[in-house]
Ligand binder design. Structure first.
Ligand code: ATP
Ligand code: MG
Length: 422
């Protein structure tokens, strides 16, 4: 029908058949953050545009092209958040959460970027993010990576993702490298594509990130930031790598890993997969010690990462060889009835079961359809048992797990169904 509305491009509905898998994954996030001692933050979806201009950087794609920004009714320039770190830091500073203390925080929720939608790339997508504030040591960088590695292990993904790390040094070290880099790119101007020529002016580091195959040989030879690090940054990076080795977490150095946000310093990392085509980065993060100083007189070292949930779910669906019952909706018991008219008795029986057996999922078929059809639907739900209220009010139990059926009293039924409580 032509007068029906459609969702806005790049914004997906998560349908009931998909939500069990989301909830299952969210359970993993909650357990993970609990085990590592991180507390949840719930942050606004709208933030001032200026926050991201300052924090993420004017010359980044996110700020230059991708923000859903607008003027509100009072004329304030605001935007749907394109990422979570800036808002999290804003909240930490505004609420003085790091006054004489450190913070380990996590959040989950939608982010918005006006990008070209494709597989694994949406305009509204969801991130699970973790941030640690007030701790400058390389052990915290390693803790982040331990945590992600643990998550991938729990999800059975360890063999399908790999860790790439790099150090982006300090602003001084970057300036030093930037000069060498601009000189190199200027000498190889003829190989640069249009995008890179633009970046040469405002963000030359990002050219290293280009996927253009014709530029790869030149990029391979470009000056490496890692070679411009001073001893303190070099030691910091070496300690992170040593900790990963000692914990048995494999990693590779990707000297061209720069990340798309300006706020990073020292350690940066990405977890990538080959299973999702071009959208292969499932997690990105690193240290951003200089960010707080843009807003705050006092420095506040920090480190964090974000995982794209839609991409993570795609990856799980792509590589899983086995189905998991937790990825689907299954009521334990479905109440059906022979009489097609009223369902009062069915509702009362269902309520009795729920009150007497905590943790039992009981669904009442209120479709008013034929009994045979009700049974078909119940079996499609892959429930454990079907209870039928016969015309005479008698109860019949169909145990689909044990493949048996029998007439039962209410008391028998309660006793029998205890076994299916979750
Ligand atoms: P990409 O290089 O794929 O654009 P990114 O570097 O822009 O990713 P980050 O800003 O680091 O991504 O965000 C962290 C994670 O969020 C990514 O690794 C990815 O899993 C997810 N993500 C980012 N943009 C999108 C998007 N438009 N749609 C779905 N997921 C996304
Ligand atoms: Mg991007």
């Amino acid at each position: 029908m032509s007068n029906r509305f459609k969702a806005i491009r790049g914004m997906a509905d998560v349908l009931p058949e998909q939500t069990p898998m989301w909830q299952w994954l969210e359970g993993h996030f909650r357990r993970l953050t609990f085990r590592y001692g991180y507390q949840e933050m719930r942050l606004p979806l709208l933030e001032p545009v200026a926050l991201f201009q300052r924090a993420v950087g004017e010359a980044t794609d996110i700020v230059a092209k991708e923000m859903y920004d607008f003027r509100d009714k009072s004329g304030e320039h605001i935007t749907l958040r394109p990422e979570g770190t800036s808002g999290c830091l804003r909240a930490v500073l505004e609420n003085n959460l790091c006054y004489n203390t450190t913070q380990r925080l996590w959040y989950q929720g939608p982010m918005f970027r006006y990008e070209r939608p494709q597989k694994g790339r949406l305009r509204q997508f969801t991130q699970f993010g973790v941030e640690a504030f007030g701790m400058a040591g390389p052990d915290v960088d390693a803790e982040m990576i331990f945590m992600i590695s643990d998550l991938f292990k729990q999800l059975g993904l360890s063999d399908h993702v790999r860790l790439e790390i790099n150090s982006l040094g300090t602003p001084d070290e970057r300036r030093d490298h930037r000069e060498a880099l601009v000189a190199w790119f200027t000498a190889h101007r003829d190989v640069l594509d249009e995008d890179s020529l633009k970046r040469l002016e405002n963000n030359p580091l990002r050219i290293l990130d280009s996927k253009n195959p014709e530029m790869q040989p030149m990029l391979e030879q470009a000056p490496r930031l890692i070679d411009h690090l001073q001893p303190a940054s070099r030691d910091h990076f070496a300690t992170v790598c040593a900790l990963l080795d000692r914990a048995g977490i494999p990693w590779t150095l990707n000297a061209r890993l720069v990340r798309g946000l300006d706020y990073y310093t020292r350690t940066v990392f990405e977890w990538v997969t080959d299973a999702l085509g071009a959208q292969g980065t499932v997690c990105g993060g690193g240290r951003y010690d200089g960010l707080a100083e843009l807003f705050n007189p006092k420095p506040l070292p920090a480190c964090g990462f974000a995982i794209g949930i839609e991409r993570l779910l795609l990856l799980i669906q792509t590589v899983s060889t086995q189905d998991n019952p937790l990825w689907h909706f299954h009521p334990d018991v479905v109440i059906t009835r022979e009489r097609e008219d009223e369902g009062l008795q069915a509702q009362l029986l269902a309520e009795l079961l729920r009150q007497r057996i905590a943790g039992l999922s009981v669904l009442v078929d209120c479709s008013g359809g034929k009994l045979k059809r009700q049974h078909q639907t119940a079996r499609q739900h892959q429930c454990k048992a079907i209870v039928t209220i016969n015309n005479d009010g008698a109860l019949r139990l169909w145990d689909l797990v044990a493949s048996q059926q029998q007439q039962v009293s209410e008391q028998d039924l309660i006793g029998w169904l205890q076994r299916y409580a979750r």
